[in-house]
Design a protein around this ligand. Structure first.
Ligand code: AMP
Length: 113
């Protein structure tokens, strides 16, 4: 979708903020980090949110979580991290392209706001 910000980021060109780019998954640094490490992982395919996932997305979701594990190691998040995906208005989703936040590098409060 040409009017989707994250589709445009996935299409490139990639700058230093992009840490992973494969046929199916792109990972990049959040422009407004909420923790010392704050990455976003997205499928290249435009899916609005978790609410629109189907069984056909099983493979890409498995890759997203493989990349999360690998980037958490690369960012030395040895003492823990959080993976968050917001769905819809009540959760504060501001970009309608499925994305997973990977947050770490400090103690994270619970419950979230
Ligand atoms: P959400 O509120 O869950 O939809 O998260 C959207 C995230 O995208 C926010 O954390 C924003 O800071 C981040 N964001 C918005 N525009 C950009 C951008 N151009 N590059 C990187 N991250 C972005």
């Amino acid at each position: 979708m040409s009017d989707c910000l994250f589709c445009r980021i996935a299409a490139g060109p990639h700058d230093a903020g992009v840490l992973h780019s494969s046929d199916r998954v792109v990972a990049f640094r959040d422009v407004n980090p909420q923790a010392p490490t704050h990455l976003l992982l997205i499928p290249r395919e435009h899916v609005a949110s978790v609410a629109d996932l189907t069984g056909s997305h099983d493979g890409v979701l498995a890759e997203v979580f493989e990349v999360i594990r690998s980037l958490a190691e690369r960012e030395s998040l040895d003492t823990g991290y959080r993976v968050v995906t917001n769905v819809g208005v009540d959760a504060g989703q501001s970009v309608d392209h499925l994305h997973f936040h990977l947050l770490g590098g400090r103690a994270l409060g619970w419950p979230p706001g």
